[in-house]
Structures are given as structure tokens and as C-alpha cells.
Design a protein around this ligand. Structure first.
Ligand SMILES: [Zn+2]
Length: 381
């Protein structure tokens, strides 16, 4: 039987160092909670005279609780005063208990099973066995908050494997223990657990969901949850003020904005394409030895518009369209012409590729101007 099971509110105690094994210490009496059941280990200190050790980890190994101190130099048989980091333990206890409650509500009301739980100092995560809807999450939080306000006692039951057969549990159990501990929240939940828990649900205070991603819910409790809710409230006020609309209309306004934004994007793209079309109608034509070069710089390369525009180039025409940031499209009426041109351009540091009569790419050589390079290629031949 663990002391932190029956006396979970002891944060300070005097005891003796029973054993030191390399970097780990065993106390004669221990109230430090070792990492386990998804709950992280306690932190704290032990001290003897001027010697103080920061306890940064506690582990249950070989059926014994071992504490790990940053400072070494303690000796076996020494009397020590131990202090458990109360803020850390109480926060983890609260988060852990909230996880029991939320998992129980999800199971009882919606038959969502909790497949994984991760308890941390500032947030806790549960993973359900399937994606919950926003409505179900909202309902589960409302029910949990009602159960928190009802201050339902959280108690422990201790069982042998024989007496375990008579109880109905949420969650699986690891067989082969000398004593089984079940944690009970009134008539709501009975769950095998070795962690630390609040005395009644009221001590959870508040549960606030921080993030929903698929089956996973991240939440905080207590003062952290209240702070999160205040932040959200302020955000809502700010949105309401900035958008000059009532808070209850924010959601429908965001939907409306999102739809009109999509329409605006489409309109903008149509305009840009029309502008590109205009620019393509006014390109330079230069007669070189073997081809006519159609060239110019445009604001944006929209492949579809450009390829359409040059769909009927003759074999003796080649179009080179660039942008000011180095992007380019080359279209030729004669595919084999491009096959000869591209190796020459690549040697000059022009990177590009494509299929058939069209090559797209980027000129990464600031000293070379693509249109000039193409001109000199066709003039030298
Ligand atoms: Zn628990």
C-alpha cells in the first residue's frame, strides 16, 4: 500500500535515508508520488543540516519508490526533512482528476472511450477512440461543469483480485497485483488508478478546452482554465469591437466574411488574368536570324493563360515571358528548338523544366538577363 494513496495531502515529512544506490535514494517513509499511470513524478527537496537536494524525479522501480536528487552527498541513516512541491502536485492532481471526470462523462453520455491520457503541469490531453463532434464536446463540458459544482466526493476502494470480480469498471486493469486500487467519483465513475486525486470534484474548479485536434482534446483546469476563459472572452470583445458587430453575431459574420473573401479572391484572380492577357497582347517582336522572338516582362506568370495565348505559335516563333523576380515561361512553336536552347541556358545558370513546347523556371543568376541570353543564342547561330 502506497502512503500517497491513503495520505495524499502530506507535503512535508521527516524520515530517514534507508538506502542510497548510485544516484537514487530510498526513504524509510515516502510520500513522493512516482511517475506512473500517466501522471508525472513529484518534485521537491530533501534536506539534512546545510545539505539540500533538489528532487527532480521519482520512480517506482523493483516495487520500491526511489527519489532522484540533483545534489549528491547524502548518507544512509541520515535524518532528512522532505518537502513536496505542493503547487506542482496539486496542479497535476487537479488535471488528473479532471481527466477521470471528462473521460467518465464522454463514456457515460456518448460512449466515447478514452484510449490515451497525458497529464502535464499546464495542460492535459485525452485521446478518444473516435472524433467527437463540437456539440458532443460542448455537452460533455457542460455536464462536467455541473458535476464539478455538485462537489461529488472522490474516494478510493482497495480490492483483492477476488473482490475485483464483483465491480464494474471503466478501463482495463493490470492483473497480478497484491492490491488493486479503484478510484471512485460518486456513482459516476469507477476506474483502476494509482494516481493522486482531489477530495471532491469541486476542487477541479473549471475545465477549459484549449485545443481540439481530431480525437484529441487538450484542456486545462483550475486557475489556468479561468485565465484561458478570460483570454477567450477578451478576444471575443475585441473581435466584436473591431468588426463593429454584436458578440452573438461574430460566428455568422466570420462565415459571411469567409464566403465573400473567397469570392474576392476569385474576382482578383480574374482581373489579374485579364491584365496578364492585356500585357501579352503588347509584347515586343524581334526578328532574329532563324526565329522571331516574342518577349516581355509581366507582373504574374499564370501558366494556363500564357499557354492559351501562345497556342498557335509557328515553328519559327519563340516566346520568352519573364517576371521581375526572375520567373519565366518559354514557349516555342518547335519542340526541338527548346531541346537545343535549354542546355545553353542551363550553362548560364538558368534553371527550368517542362514538357513539350513549354518550359517554366527561375533565373537565379542576377547578372544574366534571360531575354538577352535567348537573343544572343539565336544571333550567334
Ligand atoms: Zn487517477
Amino acid at each position: 500500500m502506497r502512503r500517497y494513496w491513503t495520505m495524499p495531502r502530506v507535503y512535508e515529512f521527516d524520515t530517514e535515508i534507508k538506502e542510497i544506490d548510485e544516484n537514487r535514494i530510498r526513504l524509510k517513509e515516502n510520500f513522493f508520488y512516482p511517475e506512473g499511470g500517466g501522471q508525472p513524478a513529484d518534485h521537491g527537496t530533501i534536506s539534512h543540516g546545510d545539505m539540500k537536494g533538489q528532487i527532480f524525479d521519482v520512480q517506482d522501480q523493483d516495487d520500491t519508490v526511489w527519489i532522484y536528487s540533483k545534489e549528491h552527498g547524502f548518507e544512509e541513516g541520515e535524518l532528512v526533512h522532505a518537502e513536496i512541491d505542493k503547487y506542482r502536485r496539486e496542479t497535476l492532481t487537479r488535471n488528473h482528476s479532471a481527466q477521470h471526470l471528462l473521460s467518465a462523462v464522454f463514456w457515460d453520455s456518448f460512449e466515447y472511450e478514452t484510449s490515451r491520457a497525458l497529464i502535464e503541469l499546464h495542460e492535459t490531453e485525452i485521446e478518444l477512440d473516435h472524433n467527437p463532434s463540437l456539440e458532443d464536446i460542448n455537452e460533455a463540458l457542460t455536464q462536467s461543469q455541473e458535476l464539478i459544482q455538485a462537489e461529488i466526493p472522490v474516494t478510493s476502494q482497495f480490492h483483492t483480485s477476488a473482490s475485483l470480480n464483483d465491480v464494474k469498471l471503466r478501463g482495463g486493469i493490470v492483473k497480478g497485483q497484491s492490491v488493486y486500487r479503484l478510484v471512485q467519483i460518486g456513482t459516476i465513475d469507477l476506474n483502476p488508478c494509482g494516481g493522486t486525486h482531489v477530495e471532491h470534484t469541486g476542487m477541479i474548479d473549471t475545465i477549459a478546452v484549449e485545443k481540439i485536434s481530431g480525437k484529441r482534446l487538450k484542456f486545462t483546469t483550475g486557475i489556468d482554465a479561468r485565465n484561458l476563459m478570460i483570454d477567450r472572452l477578451m478576444l471575443t470583445h475585441q473581435l466584436s469591437r473591431d468588426l463593429a458587430i454584436a458578440e452573438e453575431d461574430i460566428l455568422s459574420e466570420i462565415n459571411r466574411l469567409s464566403i465573400s473573401n473567397k469570392q474576392l479572391q476569385k474576382d482578383t484572380m480574374d482581373l489579374e488574368n485579364q491584365y496578364l492577357q492585356l500585357q501579352l497582347n503588347h509584347l515586343d517582336r524581334t526578328d532574329l536570324d532563324e526565329v522571331t522572338l516574342i518577349s516581355g516582362t509581366v507582373r504574374k506568370l499564370e501558366r494556363g493563360v500564357i499557354v492559351d495565348h501562345f497556342s498557335d505559335l509557328s515553328p519559327s516563333e519563340i516566346a520568352v515571358i519573364t517576371t521581375t523576380d526572375g520567373g519565366f515561361v518559354i514557349i516555342s512553336g518547335d519542340e526541338s528548338q527548346l531541346d537545343r536552347l535549354m542546355p545553353y541556358l542551363r550553362d548560364e545558370g538558368i534553371k527550368g523544366g517542362g514538357r513539350g513546347t513549354t518550359v517554366m523556371g527561375k533565373n537565379t543568376n542576377p547578372d544574366k538577363e534571360l531575354i538577352q541570353l535567348v537573343k544572343s543564342y539565336f544571333q550567334r547561330s
